[in-house]
Design a protein around this ligand. Structure first.
Ligand code: 1GP
Length: 240
């Protein structure tokens, strides 16, 4: 029995903020992994997320087992597809793309994953995943053939997040997309958090300590950062 979700809830109770470093198997060079993980381990990061929109088969499994040797942080799968599920990780965000209307990403892929999930020991965390438009087309949009939600209709986003909670999801993930030009607006984070009774994850386009702090202040319980670390590892030094 793993306690990843329970620990996230406990950290929120203690008013602690969580930071996940997102590692994309498709963009990671294994030779650089140990120095990268050293930086992760000495930063304020609390979780490692592994996933990407387009990943070769087996790349995730190999990467996760390498990361496991290099950190004691919990490793959570954030998969773009069923092929990225591996029992080497600690937990799986069982994502439903509730901003979209493509049945594949609302139920079909989930059914497909079950034959694998029943044989491996992963903590499964049902997560409502909400993609918000950020000024450019994201890979999630392309791969899932869904439209992101408008940044301007905050109420619709709040209602979508709450519908996810009422359906029994345990986390809501507000996503601007990897490398987004605009991270999720502070007002949107604030309003979603105000109505929501489950933890809120925010990610996409966060590139500075100031943006990170703003997201936390607005109510994000866990922030995910990938691109900023990929592009400039010295960003970790700001977060020690
Ligand atoms: C992407 O939310 C994550 O799915 C992180 O985004 O790569 O822009 O930090 P960045």
């Amino acid at each position: 029995m793993k306690n990843i979700y329970k620990n996230i809830l406990a950290s929120i109770k203690k008013n602690e903020k969580n930071l996940a470093v997102l590692i994309d198997p498709d963009k990671t060079v294994l030779e650089h992994l140990s120095s990268f993980m050293l930086k992760v381990n000495t930063s304020v990061a609390t979780h490692v997320f592994v996933g990407g929109s387009i990943v070769n088969d087996l790349a995730t499994e190999i990467l996760v087992s390498e990361i496991k040797k290099l950190t004691s942080l919990p490793i959570i799968l954030f998969p773009g597809d069923v092929s990225q599920v591996t029992g080497n990780a600690d937990a799986l965000l069982f994502l439903s793309l509730i901003s979209g209307r493509n049945p594949k990403y609302l139920i079909e892929k989930h059914v497909e994953a079950v034959s694998m999930l029943r044989n491996i020991d992963l903590e499964i965390i049902p997560t409502g995943y909400i993609l918000i438009e950020n000024g450019k087309e994201t890979s999630v949009q392309k791969v899932t053939e869904t439209q992101p939600m408008s940044r301007n209709n905050i109420q619709h986003v709040v209602d979508t997040a709450l519908a996810g909670e009422f359906l029994g999801m345990k986390l809501i993930y507000l996503e601007a997309g990897s490398g987004a030009t605009h991270p999720i607006d502070i007002a949107m984070i604030y309003k979603v958090k105000k109505d929501l009774n489950i933890p809120l994850i925010v990610g996409g386009g966060i590139k500075s300590k100031q943006e990170l702090e703003k997201a936390y202040q607005a109510g994000a319980d866990l922030v995910v950062i990938g691109t900023a670390f990929e592009e400039d590892e010295s960003f970790f030094n700001e977060l020690v």
